[in-house]
Design a protein around this ligand. Structure first.
Ligand SMILES: Cc1cc2nc3c(=O)[nH]c(=O)nc-3n(C[C@H](O)[C@H](O)[C@H](O)COP(=O)(O)OP(=O)(O)OC[C@H]3O[C@@H](n4cnc5c(N)ncnc54)[C@H](O)[C@@H]3O)c2cc1C
Length: 310
């Protein structure tokens, strides 16, 4: 039987991306939880041509692929990911501003985009200053906060279908952006993002950013975590449900529910993804028991058995 994964990795190592392919690369360091095992191979793309080469290798090849942005919404299994992980390098982190239109490479960091657009006299993206992700990941998740989300300013994206090898511009309305959801598939690699913002007062923007940063410091824990673990059920907050179920501080092994924000889980340095997963499962069980509410994970799970993924 053909080992498609081995064939794909061999092809990558023999081609122009050879220097950008790492077998058995640990994925934990690419995530904000900083736990989890290796990918069969990690490919770091730095130029649009790199993305084309990867797509040529993957075209019609039945291997699992995952895109890693800043890893701020990911939990990677301790067993790792038996497929090809793809991430974008600094060549994809450009930010260009033309009047009120902002074109950002998908690896541009949200806080940098927020500050850069404010400095350029634009308003509408201040909310993103406290979200430690990439703008590509933010489209996939429809990230948001402080009353806004990506939907409010997204014009369109350029996206590479890693299976078909095609690059398309897709308007925001085609992406079905919902509450932390989008229509993007695991094989869709966002290459760049265009935002439409409005002219604003840089001083007011800087003040709003300072207020958001202060609010985050006061309300959210530092250390290894992936932000909110569960989405908020309609009309309620997952944090409130977890807190009032008495679960703040619940610890299993190396992971614990934050005592500062109950919808955050923190993990000790050198800890285990399995412990985070067990805390998640226990929180869901006890919130369902206490409040009759079934919580849904916002965190994207990588390398976990499908029946356990949420
Ligand atoms: C302290 C903290 C606070 C947070 N606060 C918020 C908040 O207020 N609001 C909020 O919405 N989120 C928040 N998050 C979660 C997270 O930062 C966002 O979801 C962010 O948009 C994820 O971006 P990322 O680049 O880290 O994506 P990753 O975590 O790397 O990936 C998330 C998903 O996006 C996909 N993806 C990543 N890059 C691309 C790409 N270029 N093309 C296609 N798919 C891609 C991945 O495959 C995965 O499915 C917080 C996280 C932390 C750690």
């Amino acid at each position: 039987m053909v080992d498609h994964l081995a064939v794909a990795i061999d092809a990558l190592e023999r081609g122009p991306l050879a220097a950008r392919v790492q077998r058995g690369a640990p994925l934990g360091p690419l995530t904000t939880y900083r736990v989890g095992g290796p990918a069969a191979a990690l490919v770091v793309l730095d130029r649009p041509e790199d993305a084309r080469v990867l797509a040529d290798v993957l075209a019609g090849c039945p291997v699992d692929v995952v895109v890693i942005g800043m890893g701020s919404n990911l939990l990677v299994s301790d067993d790792g990911f038996d497929g090809i992980a793809v991430t974008l390098g600094t060549g994809f982190a450009t930010i260009d501003i033309d009047s009120t239109t902002v074109t950002a490479g998908a690896a541009a960091k949200l806080p940098v985009v927020a500050r850069t657009t404010v400095a350029a006299g634009l308003t509408g993206f201040e909310w993103a200053v406290g979200v430690p992700g990439s703008i590509g990941g933010a489209v996939r998740m429809n990230a948001g906060g402080h009353g806004s989300d990506m939907r409010d300013s997204l014009l369109d994206i350029r996206v590479l279908d890693l299976r078909a090898g095609t690059v398309r511009r897709r308007p925001a309305h085609e992406l079905d952006l919902g509450y932390r959801t989008s229509a993007l598939a695991a094989s869709d690699l966002v290459l760049s993002v265009r935002l439409s913002l409005t002219p604003g007062d840089p001083e007011a923007g800087r003040a709003e950013i300072a207020e958001i940063v202060q609010w985050r410091r006061e309300h959210q824990p530092g250390g290894p975590n992936a932000g909110s673990v569960f989405t908020n059920p309609a009309g309620d907050s997952a944090g409130r449900l977890i807190d009032t179920a008495g679960l703040a501080g619940l610890r299993i092994g190396s992971a614990e529910v934050s005592t500062k924000h109950a919808n955050f889980i923190q993990v000790d340095p050198g800890g285990r993804a399995a412990d985070v997963r067990r805390v998640m499962d226990e929180v869901r069980r006890l919130v369902a028991q206490t409040h009759g509410v079934d919580l849904h994970a916002e965190t994207v799970m990588i390398g976990f058995p499908p029946e356990k993924a949420t």
